[in-house]
Design a binder for this molecule. Structure first.
Ligand SMILES: O=C(O)CCC(=O)C(=O)O
Length: 278
């Protein structure tokens, strides 16, 4: 696995038409075996180290605003904490799905982890698109790529989602029995789950004796939405200097922002064409 922020941007073109159809129709798809068992285990080790490093940096890993108790271990700012995460956020299989849903011009909004330890409970029902943009939610403007670093199943707190909820356009569409409609995303370690940002979901409760459930959430958005993290403020000067042009653009590290959709400016009033931007 490539493990530096400076690696080339990824394009693979490997998303099958079945996968694309499922993502459009069902709001999610699950790709097994994206990581080998060893790669998933390495990433899990890195995540445990990252949780420790985050605490050392003074970043709490229990967020009472999100989770009912401290058995959910949250690790924010993964990109600052280990090269493995800087490789995963641009993994070709992930980027391929993101591009299919959002188009080539997307941004990396956030990359976080939620380790559900035995005793963890569910957070509030939400959609990730609803958190960053007001309704109506008519199109997929955001997508989550969820990396399963452990097996995920109902008892160890698999993410619970509501089938078809990516078609809800406002909070008025949430049915009274929403909680009864929740279903688990069950997948093996090494899988990715791609979830349209409009899907309503929550974390499951881990009711096992001693099984950990570890997920990474790569969150990508259309370029006109402000990322959840200000990468310029978060990433050290060294990490920013290592970033290649692809990564700089996806993290918004350069001076310009929100100027890529300027096609309307290409023709002057007299019909002549503006020069292409450098
Ligand atoms: O950990 C999970 O299963 C879901 C987490 C989640 O939805 C979130 O952090 O927004």
């Amino acid at each position: 696995m490539a493990t530096t922020l400076g690696n080339a941007g990824e394009r693979a073109g490997t998303v099958s038409s079945d996968t694309q159809t499922q993502l459009a129709d069902d709001g999610y798809c699950i790709l097994p075996d994206v990581l080998t068992a060893n790669e998933a285990a390495d990433a899990l080790d890195a995540l445990h180290r990252a949780a420790e490093a985050a605490r050392t940096r003074g970043h709490a890993t229990f967020m009472p605003a999100l989770d009912p108790n401290a058995s959910n271990v949250r690790v924010f700012y993964l990109l600052a904490l280990d090269p493995i995460f800087r490789a995963l956020i641009r993994h070709s299989r992930a980027i391929d799905i993101v591009e299919r849903l959002l188009g080539p011009d997307f941004m990396i909004s956030n990359f976080t982890a939620n380790i559900a330890l035995p005793g963890s409970g569910s957070m509030a029902l939400h959609s990730d698109q609803g958190i960053v943009v007001p309704g109506p939610w008519l199109q997929p403007w955001t997508v989550n790529i969820i990396w399963c670093l452990t097996d995920c199943h109902t008892d160890n707190g698999a993410t619970l989602f509501i089938p078809g909820s990516h078609r809800w356009t406002s909070r008025d569409d949430i049915p009274a029995d929403a909680i009864d409609r929740l279903r688990p995303f069950e997948a093996k370690a090494g899988s990715i789950i791609a979830m349209d940002g409009r899907v309503w979901h929550t974390s499951g409760a881990n009711v096992t004796e001693n099984e950990e459930r570890a997920l990474l959430f790569g969150y990508y958005t259309k370029p006109f939405l402000r990322p959840q993290v200000n990468w310029n403020a978060l990433l050290s000067a060294d990490l920013q200097a290592e970033a290649d042009p692809w990564m700089r653009q996806k993290l918004g590290l350069d001076v310009t922002a929100n100027t890529t959709g300027a096609n309307d400016l290409a023709t002057y009033l007299d019909g002549s064409q503006a020069e292409a931007a450098p």
